[in-house]
Design a protein around this ligand. Sequence first.
Ligand SMILES: *[C@@H]1O[C@H](CO)[C@@H](O)[C@H](O)[C@H]1NC(C)=O
Ligand SMILES: *[C@@H]1O[C@H](CO)[C@@H](O)[C@H](O)[C@H]1NC(C)=O
Ligand SMILES: *[C@@H]1O[C@H](CO)[C@@H](O)[C@H](O)[C@H]1NC(C)=O
Ligand SMILES: *[C@@H]1O[C@H](CO)[C@@H](O)[C@H](O)[C@H]1NC(C)=O
Ligand SMILES: *[C@@H]1O[C@H](CO)[C@@H](O)[C@H](O)[C@H]1NC(C)=O
Ligand SMILES: *[C@@H]1O[C@H](CO)[C@@H](O)[C@H](O)[C@H]1NC(C)=O
Ligand SMILES: *[C@@H]1O[C@H](CO)[C@@H](O)[C@H](O)[C@H]1NC(C)=O
Ligand SMILES: *[C@@H]1O[C@H](CO)[C@@H](O)[C@H](O)[C@H]1NC(C)=O
Ligand SMILES: *[C@@H]1O[C@H](CO)[C@@H](O)[C@H](O)[C@H]1NC(C)=O
Ligand SMILES: *[C@@H]1O[C@H](CO)[C@@H](O)[C@H](O)[C@H]1NC(C)=O
Ligand SMILES: *[C@@H]1O[C@H](CO)[C@@H](O)[C@H](O)[C@H]1NC(C)=O
Length: 807
Amino acid sequence: MAYVFLIHLTCFTLFFPFHILAQNSGLVSVGSILAANESSIPWLSPSGDFAFGFRQLQDKDMFLLSIWYDKIPDKTVAWYVGSLVNPVPRGSTVELQAKRGLVLRDPQGQDIWSTATIYDEVNYGFMNNTGNFIIMASNNNTRLWESFRFAVDTILPLQRLTYGSVLYSRQSETNFSRGRFSLRFHQDGNLLLRVGSVPILDADAVYYSSQTSDAVNPLNSGQFVMFDSKASMYIQMRNNQTMQLTPFGIPPVSENYHRATLDFDGAFTHYFHPRTFTGKPNWTAFWAIPENICTAMDGTKGSGVCGYNSVCSLVGRKPVCECPQGYSLLDPNDKYGGCTPNFNQSCDELEQLPVEDKYDILAGSDIEWSNKSEYEVVNPSTEARCRKACLQDCLCAVAVLRNSSCWKKKLPLSNGRSVTNINSKVFLKYSKSDLPRQPHNLYPASARSKDRENLILVESVLLGTSLLLNVVIIGAICFGFQVIYQNNKLNLHPSKNGVEINLHCFSYKKLAEATNGFREELGRGSFGIVYKGEIKVGSIKDTVAVKKLDRVAQDAEKEFLAEVNTIGQTNHKHLVRLLGFCYEKQHRLLVYEYMGNGTLASLLFGKTIRSWKLRTQIATGIARGLVYLHDECSSQMIHCDIKPQNILLDDYYNARISDFGLAKLLQINQSRTLTNIRGTRGYVAPEWFRNTQITSKVDVYSFGVLLLEIICCRRHVEDVDTGEGGNAILTDWVWDCFQEGRLDALVENDFEVLEDTMKLEKYVKIGIWCIQEDPSLRPTMRKVSHMLEGIVEVMIPPCPSPFFSTI
Ligand SMILES: *[C@@H]1O[C@H](CO)[C@@H](O)[C@H](O)[C@H]1NC(C)=O
Ligand SMILES: *[C@@H]1O[C@H](CO)[C@@H](O)[C@H](O)[C@H]1NC(C)=O
Ligand SMILES: *[C@@H]1O[C@H](CO)[C@@H](O)[C@H](O)[C@H]1NC(C)=O
Ligand SMILES: *[C@@H]1O[C@H](CO)[C@@H](O)[C@H](O)[C@H]1NC(C)=O
Ligand SMILES: *[C@@H]1O[C@H](CO)[C@@H](O)[C@H](O)[C@H]1NC(C)=O
Ligand SMILES: *[C@@H]1O[C@H](CO)[C@@H](O)[C@H](O)[C@H]1NC(C)=O
Ligand SMILES: *[C@@H]1O[C@H](CO)[C@@H](O)[C@H](O)[C@H]1NC(C)=O
Ligand SMILES: *[C@@H]1O[C@H](CO)[C@@H](O)[C@H](O)[C@H]1NC(C)=O
Ligand SMILES: *[C@@H]1O[C@H](CO)[C@@H](O)[C@H](O)[C@H]1NC(C)=O
Ligand SMILES: *[C@@H]1O[C@H](CO)[C@@H](O)[C@H](O)[C@H]1NC(C)=O
Ligand SMILES: *[C@@H]1O[C@H](CO)[C@@H](O)[C@H](O)[C@H]1NC(C)=O
């Protein structure tokens, strides 16, 4: 058997390179197509180290669109298309198209995924030797898309994590569904590992922080995480110092492959693997954060690495999960899925036998659980008393005697882990009917061999026996779960493509606390007041913006949740991200990430510097955000209220659209047509006042007005008479100046713009196209975006309206 394997490998290594040299340059031309089946030949990198294509999974009819190490026996996956669409069934295809980049289709020919948001035509694709799949643009040979920018659970040398980058663990080694853990490089400079995949800080969910955030002096904070060409990983600080994560002695890159993966068990682990087959074929863990995943997770949230009622111990840098004696796996095939007792614990007095007949206690040591299942302490206590206290208390599952205090814990037990050198005794309750067993062999722990210290503790109380795979006490467990998950993640309705969104569901009380009783007002909009709040995470705080909706229907729970779900599914650089919500009695609140640099209105109309370059970037950013809302998210969203007050600026002055999706929320209360919703005076399209259909072109109109404001740095309608006579209405004035060829009048004294008249003229023309009274004359947002970015030419616009007048 092994012999055959070796021969096979030898042939493989001998012939493979020729095969590659013969037909591979790493280039993938437009029109290339791969089908998901056994005979599909992947796209290889020039050296043959990496392959892009469909990888067959254990279930032989399922394939994973992925990049893998092609020269090693394991064919380890280094990247895959996000777990929400992958794996795909046999017969699916992927094609490199000129207009849309990579397009993944199911066997029926329906689109499942594409690299999308491509602003240019594709020249070719390239599977680089670094493991990066790149799509090049045809007109200027820049990268339109690359897999390195869309890491899923693994990063490779030369890849970096920038602010907001997130990795998600998979479900298990072989199940590529999204798992329970995420890694995020937070805006404040910290590298964080946490339980759950929601991008919000939650004190109890974080189990590792790099501590590279300095609120007092941001220059001392992290800027990005680099996995460099030598496979050294470090956090680059803004002051140019680095914090090294990788220890010394990195095996040379010339001889080894390297990868860092957020493993399904929650550890972010750097592995290496010899490039040539040397008889030690597998990946070796070089280092990991946290060092000990079992002890690192001691939050009051979640169950720990191993699931509820299980106990975690570290063997060779990897966690091993075991059920305590008297418990067995909830799902016999999932070691990490938690355990359940083999008995029904009940506090129902009627059916009580004397407890001594029913239960016994097993004693051990060196196991610790999170204190959240603690419900009572007996102080002072002795061993005998502690043991008895647990036995006779129908609620008690385990008691821990530490320093003369007896801590009673109830089900479910979370974050169970083996620890050394803590001076405690553990008394675990088990059912006498759950025999055969030999309790006296398991106690005391000190009777066991001393050189296996790390295992004693586990074995002393832990079993591995699932002698009787018994009934789950649904009541106790469910109740426990409910309590724990209250105020935590709420799984909203899955969307039509099966995407499950985990938004936080906050209690009103928690938000009242976070906002200090709704004290600091950030702004008032058509939907309610926005307050600043802070959600604490240990020493770190996440600043949030809490919007109190005041006009939403009270009795439309389903619609509300569906809409919030839709908003929660959006994910775009130029949109403000929704983090959670509150739906409690009459309260309806939305929790957003906080934007540090205020609104576009304060930038444009305030006293700060308003650089032209920044303004043009903001304009293109808003356009891209609107393209996403109109064309690229799961269901089209018309904003209906684009104006400078609704464009926020993040810490890096990126434009971020806010309040999207709310028009529809409000509509729930009202009739089912959009026509009842009105934007803000001056920005609303003329068709609002006619009985015509409302389309996404209303946003184009508002964007046009906004663009002219960005150009001129003045409000559409001046509040006070500026003494400029007929200039009161911006759109009229711009058209007049445009016709007269006097664009300089629009930007008086703005020398930066005056030196860039080409762009000024282009932007003015685009603005005028957008404010055409006839919606059909207005370009789509995608076209606007292309025009702003110079991809398509801008024609001379007609007069917005023969009888142009403002509203
Ligand atoms: C695999 O797919 C290709 C392309 O669709 C097709 O030509 C080939 O017959 C398929 N092979 C098998 C074994 O199904
Ligand atoms: C190439 O084109 C893309 C968009 O098509 C643009 O973002 C990028 O700045 C251009 N690069 C150069 C060097 O012109
Ligand atoms: C492949 O990766 C190398 C190393 O980063 C880089 O220098 C090269 O430009 C990449 N190739 C292409 C076509 O982008
Ligand atoms: C992977 O895990 C998910 C979530 O637990 C489950 O729904 C799915 O069926 C699993 N897939 C496979 C192939 O086992
Ligand atoms: C960091 O290094 C870059 C390039 O070497 C330099 O331009 C920059 O001024 C340095 N920043 C600090 C804070 O030293
Ligand atoms: C490498 O390790 C994985 C799990 O750790 C195992 O499934 C696989 O069979 C191993 N491969 C070889 C070639 O030993
Ligand atoms: C636990 O309770 C359930 C339902 O009350 C019952 O069906 C089951 O037999 C009980 N299991 C044990 C081990 O007593
Ligand atoms: C659990 O322990 C933490 C830290 O040691 C402490 O802050 C918290 O109050 C404890 N909780 C309970 C319920 O004892
Ligand atoms: C144990 O209790 C004693 C007296 O109450 C106290 O002085 C000591 O600090 C405690 N030790 C621990 C580890 O809690
Ligand atoms: C929403 O509906 C409720 C009850 O129908 C009504 O009292 C309230 O005024 C409505 N709100 C708006 C903004 O129309
Ligand atoms: C913009 O945000 C950054 C980061 O929070 C901050 O340092 C800067 O002062 C802000 N600028 C203004 C004008 O508020």
